[in-house]
Every structure is written in structure tokens, then in C-alpha cells.
Design a protein. Structure first.
Length: 275
């Protein structure tokens, strides 16, 4: 485990003026930024040392966890080092010649579409997946169709020459938590959140026994989330976030117990969560 490392290059998924770029600049001001087409490209660049860190969305307060990111954390054996929560305000945008009543279909990232599903349903729009909100904005500009629009940030719409029809179309209190990933597992005295992943024996009560360990040490659990184990059909991995610090004796004792009792356990990251 490392205490700190120097960050010079930061990669993120999508185009400039995306929410991911905004999060990358907020976490690492004044660095070299590299935009990539997919989450897999971001993880690959960090794994191969092309970038020092990659900034990716971890979860959204409305649409939940980003499944692909959690799968890639294990595939590339990387760690979450930093956390940043960004308020998300989506807008509907299209070409300048279009009127609102012209719009029949809307493009955006699946998470953004999910965050705006009520608005999309209300206006009987057809949702179309795109890999990124800023990519969707660029696509609408290039399509030059009155019947097509996108869901993106105000900055993306303005940068790609689109007309904004309406702002704040997503569910209220919409926040996305971004994480910075790297090849290093960091420890710091100011860290207050730890992410782990583990599997349990296929026996009744085993998950409850794991959770009771944290209760014995009076450790607060923040979230638990299950995903299929991609290496073992019909088996599951459990992703757990809890309050604590890897430098504390209590957390070290918990991790020692879990590693001795469970078939698989891995620390995914240590970072500071701000209110």
C-alpha cells in the first residue's frame, strides 16, 4: 500500500464537456487530460501506465451503481483512490432549427436516460443509447435532424452548437459519485471510506455472519451490492462500502478475519468521502 503518488496524466471516458471531464478537472486540477471512448479504454490506459489515474462514475443517486465499472475493477486489478460527488443537471438539447414538438427520439448514456425516464415517458420520446452524454451532443449536431435531441449538460450543449429546450429534466437530488482509479492502493489518515468485494460459501447464513463481524467492531456499513461472479456461473460477488480507515487496528482485524474465513476477499479502494 502506498501513501501518496504524483499524478500527471488523467484519463476519462467520453468527450470534452462531459460530466466525467468535469469530475476529472475537479479532482486533479491543471493536469494532462486524456479522453477515451469506453470505460475499458480508461482502465486499460491506467493498467498499462499510459495514464496515472482514470476518473470514472461509480454510482448515481437515482440510477444506482455502474455495473461495468465494478466488473472492470476486478478484471484489471485496480483500486479506487479518490471520490468526488457531482450534482447532475441534465438538459434536453437539439439543433437550432428544431422546435420542441419536432423531437421524436433522444440520445444519451443509458444512465442519463434512466435518470430522465419520467421526462422521456411524459413526452413520449424514444430513448437511444449512446456511450456518453457529450458524445450524444456531438452526434445530434452532426445528424442535423429536427426529430432528434440529446440529454446532456448545459456546457456540452453550448459547446457543440445545440439549442437547449429545457434544463433540469432529471429526477431531483440527482448526484453521481466519481472515483479515481489507479494501480496503487492508497492509505491516508484522512480516509474515511473503504470498498471491498468478497464471496461467501453457498450456505445458509454465511452473508449474515460476514456482516455481523462489522457489527462486533461497531463499524457502520454504507452500502452492499451484489453482482454475478463472471468466473463462476450462478455465483455472486458482494461489494461492500463501510466507514473506516485501513490504518486503524479495528479495520485491520476485520480484514484479517475475513481473509481467513472467506473464499475470496479483496480491498477495492480507500478514500475520503465528503458530506
Amino acid at each position: 500500500m502506498d501513501k501518496e503518488y504524483e499524478v500527471k496524466t488523467v484519463c476519462y471516458q467520453g468527450l470534452p464537456y462531459s460530466y466525467s471531464e468535469s469530475a476529472a478537472k475537479s479532482l486533479f486540477e491543471g493536469k494532462q487530460y486524456i479522453n477515451k471512448e469506453s470505460f475499458d479504454d480508461v482502465f486499460k490506459d491506467v493498467y498499462e501506465g499510459v495514464a496515472d489515474v482514470g476518473v470514472v462514475p461509480i454510482e448515481n443517486s437515482t440510477a444506482g451503481y455502474i455495473n461495468e465499472v465494478y466488473d472492470l475493477l476486478l478484471e484489471y486489478d485496480l483500486y479506487i483512490n479518490y471520490s468526488y460527488v457531482k450534482k447532475v443537471d441534465h438538459c434536453l438539447a437539439g439543433i437550432s432549427e428544431a422546435a420542441f414538438n419536432d423531437i421524436k427520439e433522444v440520445y444519451s448514456h443509458p444512465q442519463a436516460l434512466a435518470q430522465c425516464k419520467d421526462y422521456i415517458k411524459k413526452h413520449s420520446l424514444t430513448a437511444k443509447n449512446e456511450i456518453n452524454t457529450a458524445v450524444a451532443a456531438k452526434k445530434i449536431y452532426e445528424m442535423n435532424s429536427k426529430n432528434s435531441a440529446c440529454i446532456c449538460s448545459k456546457e456540452a450543449a453550448e459547446n457543440y452548437g445545440l439549442k437547449i429546450f429545457e434544463c433540469d429534466i432529471n429526477s431531483k437530488q440527482n448526484y453521481t459519485r466519481f472515483g479515481a482509479i489507479s494501480k496503487n492502493l492508497l492509505t491516508n489518515e484522512n480516509h474515511n471510506r473503504i470498498s471491498i468485494v468478497f464471496s461467501v460459501p453457498h450456505e445458509a447464513g454465511t452473508l449474515n455472519e460476514v456482516l455481523s463481524v462489522f457489527s462486533q467492531y461497531n463499524i457502520n456499513l454504507c452500502s452492499i451490492y451484489s453482482r454475478p461472479d463472471l468466473t463462476s456461473p450462478w455465483k455472486y460477488l458482494f461489494y461492500l462500502d463501510f466507514n473506516g480507515n485501513l490504518l486503524s487496528q479495528e479495520v485491520q482485524e476485520i480484514m484479517y478475519r475475513l481473509k481467513g474465513e472467506l473464499p475470496f476477499v479483496k480491498i477495492l479502494g480507500s478514500f475520503q468521502m465528503h458530506p
